[in-house]
Design a protein around this ligand. Structure first.
Ligand code: ZN
Length: 79
């Protein structure tokens, strides 16, 4: 069973909130839950792009585990 997360981000330029679905590749070191995702290089390697202003600087405001419905709010800065 593959795992999927919904990552909520806020554009630092226009303050628009939007969400994007991430599906980590299935690998031995793939993140298996939200905590692992937040600590993983996989998340920091993602490039978010605002659909309105195309800014790529965004704050991750929350992550939802689409497999079990868990939701964690964060304020981690992701650029
Ligand atoms: Zn924007």
């Amino acid at each position: 069973m593959s795992i999927a997360f919904k990552v909520y981000v806020r554009c630092l330029n226009c303050q628009k909130d939007y969400g994007t679905t991430l599906c980590p590749p299935e690998a031995d070191d793939a993140p298996g839950d939200i905590d692992e995702l937040l600590e993983s290089n996989f998340l920091s390697s993602q490039r978010f792009k605002c659909s309105d202003c195309e800014s790529s600087i965004a704050t991750v405001t929350g992550v939802k585990d689409l497999c079990n419905g868990a939701l964690i709010r964060t304020q981690e800065l992701c650029s």
